[in-house]
Design a protein around this ligand. Structure first.
Ligand code: AHR
Length: 366
């Protein structure tokens, strides 16, 4: 272990007390899997001492969505000077090569901790080995890294469950509305990101088991512009042939809705096309309230406080959880289904409530 342990423990204790005193508006993690220090990769990150700040490098995906802005704000608010952290923030602009370079720069600078939200889930083994060899603990947030376990802790979403929940909702909704045939257009997120992989995997389990007609699936790269361009092309190629659009995030849904409006396609609760989205940011939930989006499956971006706690725990030499799942509700426009039941990604049968959006829900959103 590097230097400065004692003052970090004091700083950590103070910060935890401050957080507890202020309360937190962040969602509590839904599930955790403990990892002992022995199982963890080298946790040699130096906590601050003698008034020195803890240095943290954060390689963020980019700035592609409202979700991403909320994620950046959450990390910057938690890993702050007030909490004893000197944060270096790099916006990697959705470029994987740039993200690897950012991490290598952090290693070269010998920061105390590295935080990564991985753009894609593979290609990480070499650079995480380099961080491990340098004794710098890596914390992963949001998306997962699937080809290396050389990180100390991950906190994020169960993307496959989000996709499964969307499928379970669509099945129950179509039955409740007496809709016999589902002709679906899909706009996926950034190809190779665990958010795209998981949501696609979960939703496609229902496409396959229910025999739904998936007309097309193309990436909108998690952007509004991407969603709009894909939907403009869908409206031309599949005119009059589709009754469901599933967008893998809210910004894609905003773009898709603009494209449907321009093409004269009616959508939402009172229209011909059911719109499904993920994220549940403020603007997304406003569109659920306005009955333009039928259902929105939350992806929780508020990982800052958990990330701070992990850094403080590591600095104090404590055990940290290898995995922490964020709690994520499912939001709907109409009060016709109370809950959905499905087999989740762990193989457990779960029944989860559907939250009908009202003005207060939108007000409380991120
Ligand atoms: O990784 C989380 C996803 O990335 C969110 O759904 C999306 O909005 C963001 O771009």
């Amino acid at each position: 272990m590097k230097k400065k342990v004692l003052s970090a423990i004091i700083a950590a204790a103070m910060s935890v007390t401050m957080l507890a005193g202020c309360g937190s508006q962040e969602s509590a993690p839904a599930d955790t899997t403990a990892q002992t220090p022995d199982e963890a990769p080298a946790a040699d990150g130096a906590p601050a001492a003698d008034g020195e700040m803890i240095t943290v490098g954060f390689a963020q995906v980019g700035h592609e969505s409202d979700w991403r802005t909320a994620s950046t704000n959450s990390i910057q608010a938690a890993l702050s000077k007030e909490n004893g952290i000197d944060l270096q923030f790099v916006d990697c602009d959705n470029d994987s090569a740039e993200q690897l370079e950012a991490v290598r720069n952090f290693i070269e600078q010998d920061v105390d901790y590295i935080v990564i939200d991985p753009i894609v889930s593979t290609g990480w083994d070499t650079v995480l080995t380099e961080a491990d060899d340098a004794g710098i603990p890596v914390i992963v947030i949001d998306r997962t890294i699937d080809d290396s376990d050389k990180y100390v802790s991950w906190v994020g979403s169960e993307f496959t469950n989000e996709g499964l929940a969307a499928g379970a909702w669509l099945k129950a909704y179509a039955e409740a509305k007496g809709i016999k045939e589902l002709n679906i257009l899909e706009i996926t997120g950034t190809t190779g990101s665990s958010a795209e992989i998981g949501r696609t995997k979960g939703f496609h389990q229902y496409v396959d088991s229910e025999g739904w007609n998936l007309l097309d699936s193309q990436t909108g790269d998690f952007t509004q512009d991407g969603g709009q361009k894909v939907m403009e092309s869908y409206c031309k190629s599949y005119s009059g042939k589709f009754n469901v659009v599933i967008c893998q995030n809210d910004n894609e849904a905003f773009g898709a809705i603009d494209a449907m409006k321009a093409a004269g396609v009616s959508y939402g609760v009172d229209g011909d096309v059911i719109v499904i989205s993920f994220d549940a940011c403020t603007a997304g939930l406003q569109m659920v309230l306005d009955k333009e989006i039928n259902a929105d499956f939350q992806c929780n971006p508020l990982q800052g406080p958990d990330c701070l706690k992990i850094i403080q725990a590591l600095g104090a030499g404590q055990t940290v959880d290898k995995q922490t799942f964020m709690a994520e509700p499912w939001y709907v426009s109409e009060d016709i289904l109370k809950e959905i039941t499905y087999k989740n990604n762990s193989g457990t049968d779960v029944t989860e409530p559907l939250v009908v959006v009202d003005a207060a829900t939108v007000e409380a959103a991120y």
